[in-house]
Design a protein around this ligand. Structure first.
Ligand code: F0G
Length: 390
């Protein structure tokens, strides 16, 4: 591949179209942007089958024209495991649970799918520095991909509020760490200011290219399950991932690979649920000043992609749910102790939501486990455990 440009950028609010370029919001109405790919026909499935199972298997649907520019670490291709023991313990007939284990990615979270595309674009657009605000995983992932591309990573994090596993990754991969007082939302404001004044590429999920990599979760689930699941349940923080997964399914539908779509369910932690609450209470979205939850990955009060996530849920006839910190930890423990799968707290929120609202689900249900359990070891050390003397 090379030469031919197969995509453009479009504002989701006013429809304004842009050439491929490093922009983050619509210049006319300030709306969020999305990438529009010139979609291939359904025979593309045959090409996919002959390739390795990773993000770049789906390269025709990704906005990179010169494949030689790609910065990759074989991300994607994560396991889709059944949760039959957990399913049986629920004791409800007519449904089957699956977990998409995104902790399998190179830096231990789904962010790597976005960063392989985002950092590739940084290189194409000739940046030497990249930046993001982060609750942890984005910073770890961006720092790793920047290192691999020979770019300089700068991460803005809320002081004292990101899990140790994640901060230590960002340090290890050589990022410049800027600690900001407050929460993630304050760090995001700071990084917006910073990139407006400096030649630095922004790799938060407001960057529409990054979300393109993340939509491959949808393609993989379809291929692994051999069909479209009935429900996809996703933790929601800055609200990019749920939007990306929905976009992926819609594209498969437009190509004609699938003829139905899943119901999208977004899960937020009770103390950090501005989007879920607005949707459930049928009122307009209002940011939350002081988000609180032990699931630090999704401790976000002003999710920048909320309009995209709102649409994903609405278009799919889906819904939002909230779960308490206790429910999150108990689901996290259940996954570890009944299935042998360790995920971080945010990533257990889909199971917590399902356990709490069993009657809202039926059929094949895929829970997205967004990050690895070792990201946040301090939480695990507080769990009760058996001791013995032998
Ligand atoms: N789960 C994990 C483990 C995350 O790290 C995040 C987001 C989410 C879920 C929510 O995804 O923001 O697309 O709705 N973490 C970001 C970060 C904010 O900085 O690492 P989202």
């Amino acid at each position: 591949m090379g030469g031919e440009i197969r995509h453009f950028i479009k504002c989701i609010e006013c429809g304004m179209e842009y050439e491929p370029s490093p922009i983050y919001r619509c210049g006319r109405c300030n709306g969020l942007l999305e990438i529009r790919i010139k979609l291939p026909d359904r025979n593309i499935l045959l090409s996919w089958k002959s390739r390795a199972f990773n993000v770049w298997r789906y390269r025709e649907l990704l906005p990179v024209d010169d494949y030689n520019m790609v910065v990759s670490m074989d991300e994607g291709g994560t396991r889709l495991l059944n949760l039959d023991r957990v399913g049986e313990s629920i004791g409800k007939s007519g449904f089957r649970l699956f977990l998409k284990v995104e902790g399998d990615n190179p830096t231990g979270s789904f962010k790597d799918r976005g960063m392989t595309v985002g950092v590739t674009k940084a290189r194409e657009f000739k940046y030497t520095r990249v930046a993001c605000a982060s609750t942890g995983n984005t910073s770890a992932s961006m720092a790793a991909y920047a290192a691999r591309a020979g770019l300089e990573p700068i991460v803005f994090i809320p002081r004292g509020k990101i899990a140790r596993g994640k901060l230590s990754q960002a340090i290890a991969y050589g990022a410049t760490i800027v600690e900001v007082e407050g929460v993630f939302d304050d760090a995001l404001r700071k990084v917006f200011d910073y990139v407006a004044k400096n030649k630095v590429y922004l790799l938060n999920s407001i960057n529409p290219y990054r979300l393109e990599g993340q939509k491959t979760i949808a393609y993989e689930i379809y291929e692994q399950l051999g069909k479209v699941p009935d429900y996809i349940v996703v933790p929601v923080g800055n609200a990019g991932n749920i939007s990306a997964i929905w976009k992926g399914f819609k594209e498969l539908f437009e190509i004609g690979v699938i003829n139905c779509l899943p119901i999208m369910v977004g899960v937020q932690a009770e103390g950090a649920s501005p989007l879920a609450k607005a949707y459930m209470e049928k009122r307009s979205f209002k940011p939350l000043e002081d988000p609180r939850t032990l699931a630090s990955a999704i401790r976000i009060g002003n999710p920048v992609n909320w309009p995209k996530a709102w649409r994903a849920v609405e278009e799919s006839n889906g819904f939002f749910l909230t779960v308490s910190d206790e429910e999150i930890v108990s689901a996290q423990m259940k996954l570890a102790r009944e299935e042998g799968i360790l995920v971080e707290p945010a990533s257990a929120s889909p199971l917590a939501a399902l356990l709490k609202n069993q009657d809202a689900f039926e059929g094949n249900i895929v829970l997205i486990a967004t990050g690895h359990g070792l990201k946040d070891p301090d939480i695990l050390m507080k769990w009760p455990y058996k001791t013995g003397s032998i």
